[in-house]
Design a protein around this ligand. Structure first.
Ligand SMILES: [Zn+2]
Length: 82
């Protein structure tokens, strides 16, 4: 399965991962509520792909955010992207 990370803010492609199996704990998805999962993760079964919303470094910088004040899934995303 391929996992595509896209910046929620500017739409920039961030990263693509290819995995045999999605380990929800490793990816931090188990920390999300059902609502957050619906908002953040789109699964395309026919394409065998997942689309995950995140934020790119450019937008994080331009918004003046840093890891200390980023909350919820965004900080979780960043921890496994990098
Ligand atoms: Zn961006």
């Amino acid at each position: 399965m391929k996992i595509f990370y896209t910046c929620e803010y500017c739409g920039e492609h961030i990263d693509t991962l290819e995995v045999d199996q999605v380990d929800e704990t490793k990816f931090g998805f188990d920390c999300l509520t059902a609502q957050e999962r619906q908002d953040i993760i789109k699964t395309d079964v026919t394409e065998n792909a997942m689309y995950v919303k995140s934020l790119c470094d450019t937008c994080i910088t331009s918004m003046g955010l840093d890891d200390n004040i980023m909350i919820g899934v965004t900080s979780t995303n960043r921890s496994y992207i990098h």
